[in-house]
Ligand binder design. Structure first.
Ligand code: RIB
Ligand code: CA
Length: 320
C-alpha cells in the first residue's frame, strides 16, 4: 500500500524540488497539497505548486491556504528565491486553477480519510497547520507523522541571527503547533547548511541527469545562489525542503536525532521565530519534537537524483 502524504508548502525554488521528490516516489501517494504564504505571496505559491504538479504528470489536488500569518504581517522571501519564487527564469507560472481555496479543510478531510496513516510534511510557515489545529484539536490523533522543515538546532539562523525563515515568518503559528500536543519531527536549516549544499559540480551532476525536471530543478535556484553567496556564505545553493522531504520518506537518512522540549519566541524582535530547544532539561517539560541533528548526504543525494531521473514529461506524452 502506498504511503499517503499531505504536503503544506510555500512553493518556491527548493519546495519545488521537494514536491518532485514526493510526487515521483514509488512508495508515496501525495493525496493533497496545501499552499501557505511565505517565500512568495499565496497566489504565486499556488501557481508554482500547480506548475510543478503538471511537470510531474501528477493529478494531485492543490488547495490555496492562508495568505498571511496569524498575527504579524506577511514578509516574503522573494529576495531569496526571486519575485516569482522560481528563480525568475521566465517559466509559464500563471493561469492554473487550484482545487479549492480552503487548504485547511482539505488537510482535515485528508486526515479523516487516511486516519492513522496520513504523513503530513510542512515546507513553509505553519499558518495552515495552526489553523487546522484550532479548527480540530483532535487532528494529532489522526496523523501518523508530522515532519516540519524549520528551526535550527544549532541556533544559527538564515533570517535573523537565531531564527530560520519558516519559523520567523509566522512565529505565533509555531508556538501554537508546539503547544498543541502534536509531536513534530523537525528538520532544521542547520541540516541543509551542513548536508544539502550543492556547489557548481554537484549542481551540474543534478542537471546532467538530463530530464526536463532535472534541468529546471537546477535552473530555478538562480536567485538562491546569489543569496547564498552574499548572505549565508554557502558555495552554490542549499536544498532545505528536499532534504526534509527525503527524511520524511526515508527516516534512516537522519544519522542523529534528539527528542527535545521546544518553544517558539513570539514577542521579542531580537529572537522572534527562534525555536528554543531544552537540551539539558532545565524546564522539566516532556519532549514535543524529534529534532534531526545530522543526516546522510550521500543517501539524500541518491534519493534526489532518482527522483529527478523520472522522465515524467515523457510519461505525460505517452499518456496523451
Ligand atoms: O529556511 C528555509 C525554508 O524557508 C525553506 O522551506 C524555504 O523554502 C523557505 O520557505
Ligand atoms: Ca519552503
Amino acid at each position: 500500500m502506498l504511503r499517503p502524504f499531505f504536503i503544506d508548502t510555500d512553493t518556491a525554488s527548493d519546495d519545488a524540488v521537494a514536491l518532485v521528490i514526493a510526487l515521483t516516489h514509488p512508495d508515496v501517494e501525495v493525496v493533497g497539497i496545501s499552499v501557505v504564504a511565505g517565500n512568495v505571496p499565496l497566489d504565486l505559491g499556488v501557481q508554482n505548486a500547480l506548475w510543478v504538479a503538471e511537470q510531474c504528470n501528477a493529478s494531485v489536488p492543490v488547495h490555496a491556504g492562508a495568505s498571511a500569518p496569524l498575527v504579524v504581517p506577511l514578509e516574503t522571501g522573494q529576495y531569496v528565491h526571486g519575485a516569482d519564487g522560481m528563480g525568475d527564469i521566465g517559466l509559464p507560472l500563471t493561469g492554473r486553477t487550484p482545487a479549492s481555496k480552503d487548504g485547511v479543510s482539505a488537510l482535515l478531510a485528508a486526515s479523516h480519510r487516511y486516519a492513522g496513516q496520513l504523513e503530513l510534511v510542512t515546507l513553509g510557515p505553519l499558518t495552515n497547520l495552526a489553523l487546522a489545529l484550532r479548527a480540530d484539536p483532535a487532528l494529532p490523533e489522526r496523523l501518523a507523522r508530522c515532519v516540519v522543515m524549520g528551526a535550527v538546532a544549532d541556533h544559527v539562523g538564515n533570517q535573523t541571527p537565531v531564527a530560520e525563515f519558516n519559523m520567523w515568518v509566522d512565529p505565533h503559528s509555531v508556538d501554537e503547533v508546539l503547544r498543541s500536543g502534536l509531536e513534530v519531527e523537525l528538520v532544521g536549516w542547520d541540516v541543509s547548511r551542513r548536508d544539502a549544499v550543492f556547489d557548481a559540480d554537484a549542481a551540474e551532476a543534478m542537471r546532467s541527469i538530463g530530464t526536463p525536471n532535472a534541468r529546471w530543478a537546477v535552473d530555478i535556484q538562480r536567485v538562491l545562489v546569489e543569496f547564498c553567496h552574499t548572505q549565508t556564505n554557502l558555495d552554490g545553493f542549499d536544498l532545505p525542503d528536499p532534504i526534509a522531504m527525503a527524511y520524511a520518506i526515508d527516516p534512516t537518512i537522519a544519522t542523529e536525532t534528539r527528542r527535545l522540549a521546544c518553544w517558539c519566541e513570539t514577542s521579542s524582535e531580537l529572537t522572534r521565530g527562534m525555536v528554543v530547544m531544552d537540551l539539558l532539561g532545565f524546564t522539566g517539560q516532556p519532549p514535543n519534537a524529534l529534532v534531526v541533528t545530522a543526516a546522510d548526504r550521500d543517501r539524500f543525494v541518491q534519493l534526489l537524483h532518482r527522483a529527478l531521473a523520472v522522465d515524467a514529461q515523457h510519461a505525460l506524452s505517452e499518456d496523451t
